[in-house]
Design a protein. Structure first.
Length: 350
């Protein structure tokens, strides 16, 4: 299982929030479990926010007021006979810290306080911060709550902390004890970790090297519709996890996260998953027509290393196909160097 400190680096790259992680400034090595790590990140981040002041925004309200305030809702006012009492129902904007983003931060603090796995000293810090929030609506940490948040680009610390809140919300489950939550270690979930691993590789190569430009490439099927051109609309879109391209070289990387990257049936052991090979093969084959770089592009499957490193080299037509693993249990500097080594010219030549 990936060490907690390495997972934190993976997440910060995947979210593109390395600068904000440095600003929050925690000693990752001291944490033994994920709830404590996320609680401390939230604590330090909230301290920064409270020091500079929580972000405010104009929120629309509709309520009964004395006289008239803002925009009069005449129909509702007459229907409820408010005028007899010299009141009206009005719509108006109020500048308030009761925003969706701040509501999520407050709700996450409350959920962590209700999680037994969080250390008592961290809970004491969370309680202090909880008292610093102004009055605001209490919400459930649902996907819809996160969808309602609208942040500006310059609110990067909010972006980072809301990523923390989302990952807490996605992995807290109610227990049999009323009002308590259990944190599920998502490192055991290959599907969740695959999304993290894929985004991590993309952001890592985007940030840590200058030889290639980095993108996610959409590849069209090189098929023709024999009866009706509209039939092409039913073909799924192919999009690479990472495409690295320089003036004379192109690498298509497909990231696959498995706790056991080599599988097989009862009669076959230590075999690559055929679906992964088919997918990479389709990418290479259907993009060949673009230019010379694409015609001779290198394809690479990248897995996390388990017991033994994986290093397999193949060739199909004009394409080198490389299967590589990365040891995510190593020291972070070693991971950094290993990932950069994968795309060096000497490596690509085998």
């Amino acid at each position: 299982m990936i060490p907690i400190q390495n997972l934190y680096y993976l997440l910060c790259y995947a979210w593109n929030t390395l600068d904000e992680a440095e600003r929050v400034n925690i000693q990752i090595e001291q944490f033994k479990n994920l709830p404590d790590l996320f609680a401390k990140v939230l604590i330090n981040g909230l301290r920064v926010l409270f020091k500079r002041g929580l972000d405010h925004d104009y929120e629309e309200h509709e309520q009964v007021v004395e006289g008239i305030k803002g925009k009069l809702n005449l129909s509702a006012t007459l229907k409820t006979h408010q005028l007899w009492h010299r009141r009206s129902i009005c719509q108006f904007d109020e500048y308030s810290a009761d925003t969706p983003g701040n509501q999520i931060l407050a709700a996450t603090v409350q959920h962590l306080l209700q999680t037994p796995a969080v250390d008592k000293s961290l809970k004491a810090e969370l309680q202090q911060l909880q008292r610093m929030f102004p009055p605001m609506k209490r919400i459930a940490l649902t996907p819809r709550a996160f969808q309602q948040v609208q942040l500006r680009r310059d609110q990067r610390l909010y972006h980072f902390l809301l990523h923390i809140c989302r990952i807490v919300a996605e992995n807290l489950l109610p227990t049999e004890s009323v009002g308590q939550f259990k944190f599920v270690d998502f490192r055991r979930d290959d599907r969740k970790m695959n999304r993290v691993f894929e985004s991590f590789l993309f952001r890592f190569y985007q940030k840590e090297q200058q030889e290639y430009w980095v993108r996610r490439e959409q590849i069209r099927w090189q098929w023709e519709a024999t009866q009706d051109p509209q039939h092409l609309n039913y073909l799924p879109i192919m999009e690479t996890d990472v495409t690295l391209e320089s003036t004379n070289r192109k690498i298509i990387i497909d990231a696959k996260y498995y706790r056991q990257p080599l599988g097989g049936s009862r009669f076959e052991v230590d075999k690559l998953f055929s679906t992964n090979l088919y997918q990479l093969y389709s990418y290479l084959l259907n993009q060949e027509q673009r230019d010379e770089r694409s015609r001779v592009a290198t394809g690479m499957l990248v897995y996390p290393q388990t017991d033994q490193p994986i290093r397999l080299d193949y060739r199909f037509g004009t394409h080198d196909i490389l299967i590589r693993s990365v040891n995510l249990n190593a020291h972070w500097r070693e991971i950094h160097e290993e990932l950069l080594g994968l795309i060096k010219v000497e490596e690509l030549r085998g």
